[in-house]
Design a protein around this ligand. Structure first.
Ligand code: GKR
Ligand code: MG
Length: 423
């Protein structure tokens, strides 16, 4: 038996560039939580989750109840999470964690945060990697895509003088330049553009410029539901045959189904199917073709594998969504992705946008756009305690307690409402 003796949740903040999206703009600091679960022999397991106030308070409520638990008893962990944070109506406050990840995901979100740390521990205690615990690798490396954003050159309203290395990205030429910069540095072999920011025709000009500059690279655009059905239908002929998939063009299962009716290219989502409970309606309405998994709110790494099975059953594609994150999340994503044979698209990651790291050895290296999944015990990453201290200090000082891209955008444009669909 390996018994949990303590659980520590540390909120951190790291610098985030002024990335534009349908809701507004990223704030100067992104928040995460680092979860350490320690057992009676002093071994620790690691995990990374959201760092907003609500998630932190839910993690803090569950944490003391895990002391005394056997780390191999994930079903008991689930029961404790369910009993502690699963009751009542989900609170809907402020901005969603990510567009589309509504609060209905409380239990899977909190369970996932601990499940990954428990799996890391199980791996360390048995000398096995997390992907072995999940059934073993079907691939040695996990491909990720170059995830491009429109952005300003710097945060206009931040006290911090930090300027990121990506410059301003507002035009099709800028988009191509930033794709080149990211591909040169990371070797990515497919490209995603975060859309829903400018007039859709302008964004499609950027897609056409990418197609020209990177022939043969799979391309995607994700307007986060910011195009009406009418707008999406008008644009379809320009995207057909150009995109690998079109991600969340219009909001909700009904709108996606209407688009689906007339689209010959696959539709992907991380907004209208965000949990197992969404499947019956999405399948009945034929809203989507590709599900973007995300272990942080789908209920962990094992649940991500179950999602793979459901996608196989319904003949749906499977890809992976991301939010601003550090290397612990990247490794957890890679371990899960390495074990799912029908996860056949390059995964999303915000990792290139972040300069700081919380793990020993600094930023994880990419090989030709892919992450090599380690055979080391557990996730194969260790906590850099000095870095953790600094990032925790950032959290204390930065003043941000929940992500709010709409409010941040109001600083640039006081008339901004974040209303969607805008186009
Ligand atoms: O970081 O601005 C962002 C993204 O828009 C993120 O919040 C989304 O959740 O990447 C995500 C997506 O694919 O929708
Ligand atoms: Mg998306």
């Amino acid at each position: 038996m390996s018994i949990v003796t303590s659980v520590v949740v540390t909120p951190i903040a790291f610098r985030d560039p002024p990335l534009l999206n349908a809701s507004g703009i990223h704030e100067p600091w992104a928040l995460r939580s680092i979860i350490e679960v320690v057992t009676d022999d002093g071994t620790y397991g690691l995990s990374e989750s959201y760092g907003d106030e609500q998630t932190l308070s839910q993690l803090e409520k569950v944490a003391p109840k895990l002391v005394g638990l056997d780390v191999f008893h994930l079903n008991t962990l689930h029961r404790i999470v369910q009993e502690t944070v699963g009751g009542g109506q989900p609170a809907k406050t402020g901005m969603e964690l990510a567009p589309g990840t509504v609060q209905a995901t409380t239990v899977p979100r909190i369970f996932a945060a601990f499940e990954v740390a428990f799996l890391d521990l199980m791996g360390k205690l048995t000398g096995r990697s997390v992907c072995e615990l999940l059934g073993g690798k079907v691939r040695e490396t996990v491909p990720f895509s170059a995830y491009l954003f429109y952005k300003y050159a710097k945060h206009k309203f931040a006290d911090d003088p930090w300027v990121d290395k990506w410059g301003e990205v507002l035009t099709p030429d800028d988009v191509v330049r930033s794709a080149k910069q990211m591909i040169d540095e990371y070797g990515f072999q497919s490209i995603k553009l975060k859309g829903g920011v400018f007039e859709p025709e302008e964004e499609l000009e950027a897609i056409k410029a990418l197609r020209k500059a990177f022939p043969g690279y799979p391309l995607r655009i994700d307007p986060n539901g910011n195009w009406s059905v009418e707008t999406t239908k008008r644009l379809l002929p320009q995207m057909d045959g150009v995109l690998q998939y079109l991600e969340d063009p219009s909001p909700g299962k009904d709108a996606m189904a209407e688009v689906h009716d007339v689209s010959s290219m696959p539709l992907a989502t991380n907004m209208c199917v965000i949990g197992f409970f969404d499947f019956p309606e999405a399948i009945r309405k034929q809203s989507v073709d590709v599900i973007l998994s995300d272990h942080h709110y789908w209920g962990g790494l094992q649940a991500t594998r179950e999602l793979g099975q459901i996608c196989r059953t319904w003949d749906l594609g499977l890809s992976m969504h991301s939010n601003s994150h550090m290397g612990i999340s990247l490794m957890a994503m890679a371990h899960a992705a390495a074990t799912i044979d029908n996860l056949s698209y390059a995964c999303d990651t915000h990792y290139p946008w972040q300069e700081e790291e919380v793990i020993v050895g600094g930023k994880i290296a990419f090989e030709d756009g892919s992450v090599r999944v380690t055979d080391a015990p557990g996730l194969g990453v260790e906590l850099d305690r000095e870095a953790l201290k600094e990032l925790a200090e950032n959290y204390r000082k930065c003043g941000i307690r929940s992500r709010n891209d709409v409010e941040e955008m109001k600083k640039y444009d006081p008339t901004w409402t974040g209303k969607s669909p805008r186009f």
